[in-house]
Design a binder for this molecule. Structure first.
Ligand code: SF4
Length: 498
């Protein structure tokens, strides 16, 4: 059987220039896992990467049909739009090769499968949630579409995820992921958390964290690195460390295995799992960076998010990592729909106290993120039930909620305008900047000035929020104009003299 796995082109959306929440990082391995499963089932497999090399729907369909596949699988990722390219591609393939079966998998099809099947007559099925088991059964069972975990127009029966992720084949290195300067690896699946904004638990249909055997992870890294000259690994697990003492012990075991590989690596973790002895062992094994799910400096917001942590725990985790000389990147949601001005002030104070507002590239990130409400998350259900969610027909994966406090909504809009102005400039200047490096103006004085404008604009809006004539938009416009002046002065400095 001939199987084609497709990564489709994705539109760039300026409004979401810096948002990564359309799919978790672990999704970067989805196509690789799909290829590995199909290969294991004895199929002839081709991966087509239109993410790196964009093409029109016509071109993609022609390329796909030229290989005369029996099955076409789209790793369909929400790109903040209506997915028109994929829709047209599916229609074109069906027109040219009517008998070919077309399926989709990934986070977006999992939560919007019914909508996608309705809107795409040529789409035959959707693999829902953790797809590897359903795909294996499908490929080894004469393409039976009635199996668990496969959604069709005739219905759907859920399928529990595998209890042992080590039963899955190792992912193939394909597409854009294979071109990275580091190797993406999943050492576990799922998460034991239950955060309202997160789709990890609903995707896997369980609130469990499923670790892989440490030795198997090491073997996979060694195997995949044998074909690529890389010395960096990134663990894409939503939550690298498991809960409690058992989670810490496994992390220590993992550190002892990784130490022998002579690698550097990064990972993502919950703040309550960060402990000095484990971090020291990981650092010794090559740990360089940790993405921490801090999310908020307000206890009230953390409670509403069901994050299960306190701001003090976040401060402690940041201190432990910095003391071990590990780079800390924080996930932070400044604007949650039910936030008050006090919550924003708590956030700002937390960021200042933890020295998270000292570099403009980081400042811009932590001061502007609004909570993104995607279908499948507990928040989407919560706001739908309260009648507060607006969903457009064109983009049913994402909902919009009015801020409970109008002034919080105004500040969120103003900060988005300000930071988009910043990000647009950064995008133009980033050419030549290496993967992983942050852009800087190149002059300490200008970098400080940019950072100071971002911080002071936010702070001034907070101070003015409860005044009768706060003029929040005027403050934001002043910030934009101040940034424009710094960017112009930077261009003058960078111009070659005649
Ligand atoms: S801790 Fe992270 S991965 Fe786990 S549920 Fe919360 S946001 Fe999701």
């Amino acid at each position: 059987m001939k199987v084609v796995v497709i990564d489709h082109p994705r539109d760039h959306c300026m409004e979401h220039f810096n948002d990564v929440a359309n799919a978790p990082l672990s999704a970067s391995l989805n196509s690789g896992y799909a290829c590995a499963v199909a290969t294991q089932c004895g199929c002839e497999v081709e991966h087509l990467d239109f993410l790196s090399m964009p093409a029109t729907a016509d071109q993609i369909a022609r390329r796909v049909c030229s290989g005369e596949p029996d099955l076409v699988l789209f790793h369909w990722v929400y790109d903040w739009g209506d997915g028109q390219v994929v829709t047209e591609t599916i229609a074109n393939i069906k027109r040219e090769a009517g008998l070919v079966l077309i399926g989709a998998f990934g986070f977006f099809p999992t939560f919007c499968g019914t909508d996608l099947l309705e809107a795409n007559a040529g789409l035959d099925f959707v693999l829902t949630g953790e797809f590897e088991g359903a795909l294996t059964d499908f490929l080894s069972g004469n393409c039976d579409l009635s199996g668990d975990g496969i959604r069709t127009r005739n219905g759907f029966r859920p399928r529990p995820p595998t209890s042992d992720p080590d039963l899955l084949p190792w992912p193939e290195d394909v597409g854009k992921t294979a071109d990275l300067m580091h190797l993406n690896v999943a050492a576990s699946r799922g998460c034991y958390g239950n955060c309202t904004f997160c789709c990890i638990g609903p995707f896997y249909s369980c609130g469990a964290w499923r670790p892989r055997a440490v030795e198997r992870v090491r073997e996979e890294i060694e195997h995949r690195l044998s074909a690529r000259k890389l010395s960096q690994v990134y663990f894409v697990d939503p939550n690298f460390m498991g809960p409690g003492r058992a989670g810490q012990d496994r992390t220590l075991h993992m550190a002892s295995e990784l130490r022998n590989l002579d690698l550097t690596f990064g990972l993502e973790a919950r703040v309550n799992d960060i402990e000095p002895d484990t971090v020291a062992a990981l650092k010794d094994a090559g740990l360089r960076s940790v993405f921490l799910g801090v999310e908020s400096g307000s206890q009230a917001v953390l409670k509403r998010m069901r994050k299960g942590i306190t701001p003090d725990q976040s401060s402690r985790a940041i201190s432990i990592l910095r003391a071990a000389d590990v780079n800390v990147i924080v996930g932070f949601i400044m604007f949650e729909p039910d936030s008050t001005i006090t919550d924003l002030q708590d956030n700002f104070d937390f960021l200042q106290q933890n020295n998270l507002l000292s570099q403009h590239s980081l400042t811009a990130n932590v001061l502007y993120h609004s909570q993104i409400i995607l279908k499948g998350t507990p928040s989407f259900t919560h706001y739908t039930e309260r009648g507060q969610l607006t969903v457009s027909k064109e983009a049913p994966y994402e909902g919009r909620v009015r801020y409970r406090d109008e002034k919080v909504g105004t500040i969120a809009d103003c900060m988005q305008d300000l930071t988009l102005h910043y990000f647009r400039h950064v995008t133009g200047q980033r050419a030549g900047v290496q993967d992983g490096e942050e852009w800087c103006a190149g002059h300490a004085e200008q970098d400080d000035r940019i950072n100071s404008i971002l911080c002071s604009t936010f702070r001034d809006m907070l101070r003015s929020a409860n005044k009768p004539n706060g003029h929040l938009q005027d403050i934001a416009e002043q910030g934009i104009s101040d940034l424009t002046a710094v960017f112009a002065s930077q261009e003058r400095v960078n111009q070659p003299s005649l």
